[in-house]
Design a binder for this molecule. Structure first.
Ligand code: ADP
Length: 205
């Protein structure tokens, strides 16, 4: 790993993304890198609106949700305080829990994937991950983990939808295989084993 990288974690809900972001950040910090961890939807006002839709406090149609995610992503990329581009310019390795592949997978369950890819094209031009890491767990395991952690399911959290989302992720990776670097890792293992594979991969870049 010769330069500061931009790494995006992907996976269905409960796949272990935030666990692995934390483990990777700790490891890279130990190796002497400056690390900035972040997530989408962000905690900006746009991100808060998205969370209200998740928790059923606000309603919106699928196009509106996809557009809100895009607006939140622009804010994530471009804001001058702690935006992704600013942090990379300042020499941080940036690790994000979700980026545009999440949009490709989640929104294309309801709309054509091409439409989702097209509206996100400016983001791919602004910043493409050095590596997309997909943590692969079964939709059944995802539901097990979610129901342990929450009282009430959020939007997207049904077995049927998670199955569709996982399939859409695979479709998107296939579709984008010439443009994007994707590392798929088996998430049905102990967190430290998953972390070891991810670190080996990242340090080889
Ligand atoms: P995500 O950010 O993808 O939604 P989290 O990292 O928050 O996933 O993990 C969801 C739940 O599953 C948490 O309760 C976490 O402790 C647990 N978990 C994370 N990684 C693993 C793993 N490899 N095996 C079993 N449980 C895990």
């Amino acid at each position: 790993m010769n330069k500061n990288l931009f790494i995006a974690f992907e996976g269905i809900d409960g796949s272990g993304k935030s666990t692995q972001v934390k483990l990777l950040a700790e490891r890279l910090t130990k190796e002497g890198h400056k690390v900035y961890s972040t997530f989408e939807p962000t905690d900006s006002d746009i991100g808060k609106l998205i969370r209200n839709i998740f928790s059923h406090k606000t309603q919106a149609n699928h196009q509106t949700i996809a557009a809100l995610f895009l607006a939140d992503r622009f804010h994530h990329l471009l804001n001058k305080t702690d935006g992704l581009l600013k942090k990379l310019e300042d020499g941080y390795t940036v690790i994000t829990d979700r980026y545009y592949f999440s949009s490709y997978a989640y929104h294309s369950v309801h709309m054509p994937m091409d439409w989702v890819i097209d509206i996100n094209a400016p983001c791919t031009k602004l910043l493409r991950p050095d590596l997309n890491i997909y943590i692969d767990i079964s939709p059944e395991e995802s539901m097990n983990r979610i129901t342990k952690a929450r009282e009430k399911a959020e939007l997207y959290e049904t077995l049927e939808n998670l199955t569709n989302v996982r399939n859409k992720y695979m479709e998107a990776f296939e579709l984008k295989k010439t443009d994007e670097k994707v590392f798929i890792t088996n998430g049905n293992r102990k967190p430290d084993l998953i972390a070891k594979d991810i670190t080996t991969m990242i340090l080889s870049l």
